[in-house]
Design a protein around this ligand. Sequence first.
Ligand SMILES: *[C@@H]1O[C@H](CO)[C@@H](O)[C@H](O)[C@H]1NC(C)=O
Ligand SMILES: *[C@@H]1O[C@H](CO)[C@@H](O)[C@H](O)[C@H]1NC(C)=O
Ligand SMILES: *[C@@H]1O[C@H](CO)[C@@H](O)[C@H](O)[C@H]1NC(C)=O
Ligand SMILES: *[C@@H]1O[C@H](CO)[C@@H](O)[C@H](O)[C@H]1NC(C)=O
Ligand SMILES: *[C@@H]1O[C@H](CO)[C@@H](O)[C@H](O)[C@H]1NC(C)=O
Ligand SMILES: *[C@@H]1O[C@H](CO)[C@@H](O)[C@H](O)[C@H]1NC(C)=O
Length: 375
Amino acid sequence: MVQANSSALLAGLAAVATARKCQNLTVPISITASNTHFKLQAPSNNVEVTDFVLNLAQPGANYTAEVLGDTPFASVSGNYTIGATYCTPDSGPGTALQVLTHGIAFDRWYWDFPVQNRKYSYADAALARNYSVFFYDRLGLGESSHGEPVNEIQAAMEVQALRALTTKLRDTSVPGIKDTYAKVVHVGHSFGSVQSYALVAAYPELSDGVALSGFSQALGDFVPYFLFAADFVEAAGASPALAAYPAGYLASSDKSAVQSNFFAPGNFDPAVLDAAYTTGQPVTVGELMTIGTAAAGNNSYGGPVLVITGDRDIPFCGGNCSISEPSIPAQVGEYFTNASPFEAVVVSGTGHGLNLGYSAHEVYASILDFFDKNV
Ligand SMILES: *[C@@H]1O[C@H](CO)[C@@H](O)[C@H](O)[C@H]1NC(C)=O
Ligand SMILES: *[C@@H]1O[C@H](CO)[C@@H](O)[C@H](O)[C@H]1NC(C)=O
Ligand SMILES: *[C@@H]1O[C@H](CO)[C@@H](O)[C@H](O)[C@H]1NC(C)=O
Ligand SMILES: *[C@@H]1O[C@H](CO)[C@@H](O)[C@H](O)[C@H]1NC(C)=O
Ligand SMILES: *[C@@H]1O[C@H](CO)[C@@H](O)[C@H](O)[C@H]1NC(C)=O
Ligand SMILES: *[C@@H]1O[C@H](CO)[C@@H](O)[C@H](O)[C@H]1NC(C)=O
């Protein structure tokens, strides 16, 4: 394990917006997933939302089992569109294409955060190293198709969306993208890392390397911290920007909730927290009920794997990734039985939203160094 520190911080943040070519795209996909069927009414007011959180987070209980449908697995199909952005360096396609999957509470702009002249842009850092990037709104939110929040918009369906997008990118069948890449790698954050883990477990041929940020295998231990800190309410009432989401889509009701779950003490600019809150995106109850099992079990993926998590990450480390030796992120190596190589990095003083803290450029450099060396 590499223990990183924040010394290069101020120098890194002086980076200026990179020259690049980007286009926004709408990508049609047609997918089928083996979803979990729950007999649950979507919570339709804030009292029901809190009841749902109290039930889901209760120690010793297994709420997802309690509300499991009589036919627990259901094949669900859909024709959807995915809102995405594709960027290459100014000079043309880079050495490899990175497919970026964001986590809960954000949309694709987590990777290219639009504040302060893109000072917190992983996309720009990757472009500056001659990678191309494709980042998209996860199925269910933002400019991607929205859906039914209990039995449709779930982890398994979103893994199929990531599979379909990756396949289309490899086949050059995404309308608007003609560039071909010999190597396609995946970078996730949080729930996006869970989905990237599940992708390479089931379809290892689709990825030449993965970086799982804000990730560990200890989510099951700490998800109640996340659920309680999030202070969830119905998304439609949380902010005017989310007014169109139906019952069963939840969002944090205040800025402090976003701070608790994504930012570490002393490691962030309050203006970035403000932007993370005002541009915050919802999560479905179906996602919250299926996130725990999507990355369960060993993973026989044989390519290069990096896990990089902030030491003060709440949902995946309970606030201290170094509580054990090896660290909680380093223990993910026990699940990757064939990864070559496997590396884990714990970023000191950093929270779950590690692209957006003062240590962000140290995080970007760790991921890009890993790909430069191993892909
Ligand atoms: C893509 O969409 C974003 C958000 O709407 C916008 O800020 C950006 O200018 C668009 N980019 C291009 C190249 O059109
Ligand atoms: C809860 O129940 C589900 C469905 O039976 C099962 O897959 C899961 O492993 C259980 N979780 C725990 C923590 O026991
Ligand atoms: C998706 O579109 C195809 C082609 O138009 C159609 O045959 C199919 O029934 C659609 N699937 C769903 C689930 O709507
Ligand atoms: C970037 O990668 C492309 C494709 O491999 C290559 O042709 C180009 O020379 C690289 N540019 C730089 C600046 O390294
Ligand atoms: C995390 O836990 C370890 C082991 O108890 C401890 O040594 C370390 O100081 C803790 N980290 C922080 C930042 O307090
Ligand atoms: C997962 O792999 C580890 C070795 O890293 C092994 O000890 C364990 O039994 C495996 N678990 C399962 C469920 O196969």
